[in-house]
Design a protein around this ligand. Structure first.
Ligand code: BV8
Length: 240
C-alpha cells in the first residue's frame, strides 16, 4: 500500500453524536429555521439583529457541558499524528470539535462559530460572548459591522486554492458525515477522482447525494465507522 497524502472532508454528521444537530436530517436545523433568513447575506441585511441573535444562540449551545469531541473526531486527529504522509482535514462544520480533538492541519472552509469579523476593517477575532449591533470591533473600535465569521450561501468558502491543490494531488479522499448537497464541497470527490485519480471513500450514516461516485462506502454512525476505518488504514489493511 502506498503512503500517499490524504484529504478528509467532514460535515455536520461527524458532530451529531456529540449532541450537535445536523442541517438536513428530519429534525435538523433547517427544519426549524429558514436557511435564507440566517445563512445568507440577504437575510443578514434584512434583519441583522435576528441573525446575530441566532448565532449567539448557536455559540451558547456549542459551549454546552456535554458538547465534546467524539471517537470519530479523535480517530481523525490520531490519523494525522500517525500517518506517514500528509493528512489535510477540510471541515464544513463551524463547531470547534476537530480543533479540540487535536487536528492541526485543518481548514474550516465554511468559517467558525467562535470567530467574528469586522466588515469595516476586515479584522477576524475570537468570539465567545454574544454579539450585538453595538458590539465594537476589537481592532478598529467601530460598532455595527461585526458579523459571524461564517460562510453564507452565495459567499466564497475559505482557502479554496489550498483545498483544491490538496484534493488534486491526494491518494485518498475521505468524505465523512455530509449529505453531499452543498457545493463546492460536494464537488471535491469528482476533483479527487479526475485530477488525482485518488481512491475515494464515503463514511456516513446513510448514502449521500454523491454516494455513487465513491469507490468504497461504509455506512453507520461516525463513532463506529470512522475509528474502524482509521485502524485499518494505520494497520496497513486498507487497499488503495
Ligand atoms: C458558493 C452556514 C460561490 C454556516 C452553510 C445550485 C446547484 C449547485 C450549487 C448551488 C446552486 N445554487 C447555489 C449553489 C451554491 C450553494 C449551494 O451549494 N447550495 C445548495 C444548497 C444547492 N453554495 C454556496 O453558496 C457556497 N458558496 O458556492 O460560492 C461563489 C462563486 C463566486 C463568488 C462568490 C461565491 C457556500 C456554501 C456554505 C453555506 N453555508 N452554512 C453554518 O451556519 O454552518 S451551509 C451548511 O451546509 C453548513 O455549512 C454545512 O456544513 C453544509 C453542508 O451540510 P452537511 O454538513 O452535509 O450537513 P447535512 O445536515 O446536510 O448532512 C448531514 C449528513 O450527516 C447526512 O448525510 C446524514 O446522513 C449524516 N449523519 C447524520 N448523523 C450521522 C451522520 N453521519 C455519520 N454519523 C452520524 N451519527
Amino acid at each position: 500500500m502506498q503512503f500517499g497524502d490524504i484529504v478528509i472532508l467532514t460535515g455536520a454528521g461527524i458532530s451529531k453524536e456529540s449532541g450537535i444537530e445536523t442541517f438536513r436530517d428530519r429534525d435538523g436545523l433547517w427544519s426549524k429555521v429558514n436557511m435564507e433568513d440566517v445563512a445568507t447575506p440577504e437575510g443578514f441585511a434584512r434583519d441583522p439583529k435576528y441573525v446575530l441573535d441566532f448565532h449567539n444562540r448557536c455559540r451558547r449551545d456549542l459551549r454546552g457541558d456535554n458538547i465534546r469531541p467524539n471517537a470519530a473526531h479523535d480517530a481523525l486527529a490520531r490519523l494525522e499524528r500517525e500517518w506517514p504522509g500528509q493528512v489535510l482535514l477540510v471541515t464544513q462544520n463551524v463547531d470547534d470539535l476537530h480543533d479540540r480533538a487535536g487536528s492541526g492541519n485543518l481548514i474550516h472552509m465554511h468559517g467558525e462559530m467562535f470567530k467574528t469579523r469586522c466588515d469595516a476593517c476586515g479584522d477576524i477575532h475570537d468570539r465567545e460572548d454574544d454579539t450585538t449591533l453595538e458590539t465594537p470591533c476589537p481592532a478598529c473600535g467601530q460598532a455595527g459591522g461585526v458579523r459571524p465569521h461564517v460562510v453564507w450561501f452565495g459567499e466564497m468558502p475559505f482557502q479554496m486554492d489550498e483545498i483544491q491543490a490538496a484534493v488534486g494531488s491526494c491518494s485518498l479522499f475521505m468524505s465523512i458525515g455530509t449529505s453531499g448537497v452543498v457545493y463546492p464541497a460536494a464537488g471535491f470527490v469528482q476533483e479527487a477522482i479526475f485530477r488525482a485519480r485518488a481512491h475515494t471513500v464515503e463514511l456516513n450514516l446513510e448514502p449521500s447525494e454523491g454516494a455513487s461516485m465513491f469507490a468504497e462506502q461504509h455506512y453507520g454512525p461516525a463513532t463506529e465507522v470512522v475509528p474502524t476505518f482509521v485502524d485499518k488504514l494505520l494497520a496497513g489493511q486498507a487497499s488503495f
